[in-house]
Design a protein around this ligand. Structure first.
Ligand code: SF4
Ligand code: SF4
Length: 148
């Protein structure tokens, strides 16, 4: 990967490896959201996708996730314009899309994959798997976005 590529290379010019490395490992995009049909307001819950590992905050089956969870969104430089608004506020893909810098705790900046957890930005230890909570009860699990 090129030195501090995230500060100087446009997303569409990043290598696949650089693009993947933008993910900070927070796991927040793997939490289910609830949308109010009348107001359009979106609330985050701590009910996680069935493939999320609550300890690592990574997908348990990343390579085949689209087969197992068809609704999982695949981020690309081309689709960011459509999806950035509902990504977590601290998501590196969203920050880069909005022309903002990465936070100090991002592993690319800190050089340490643990800082995203130490800063309280990730979902480590706070999630419940979606197969344990009926959808009609998700309302009881609404949270504020960690780290914001
Ligand atoms: S919210 Fe963004 S940075 Fe965090 S895990 Fe999801 S894609 Fe990666
Ligand atoms: S399939 Fe994997 S990457 Fe997609 S939402 Fe679920 S845990 Fe996250």
């Amino acid at each position: 990967m090129r030195d501090r590529f995230w500060e100087k290379v446009r997303p569409e010019r990043m290598t696949p490896e650089e693009w993947e490395a933008l993910c900070d490992g927070c796991g927040k995009c793997c939490l289910n959201k609830l949308e109010d049909e009348e107001t359009g307001e979106v609330a985050l819950t701590r009910v996680a996708c069935r493939l999320l590992d609550d300890e690592t905050c990574r997908c348990g089956q990343y390579a085949i996730r689209k087969t197992l969870v068809p609704e999982c969104i695949r981020l690309t430089p081309q689709t960011m314009g459509d999806v950035a608004y509902f990504m977590p506020e601290t998501c590196a893909y969203r920050l880069i899309h909005e022309g903002k810098p990465l936070y100090w705790w991002h592993p690319l900046v800190s050089g340490d994959t643990e800082t995203v957890h130490e800063a309280g930005v990730s979902v480590r230890g706070i999630t419940v798997p979606e197969f344990e909570v009926p959808e009609e009860d998700w309302e009881d699990y609404i949270i504020e976005e960690p780290g914001t």
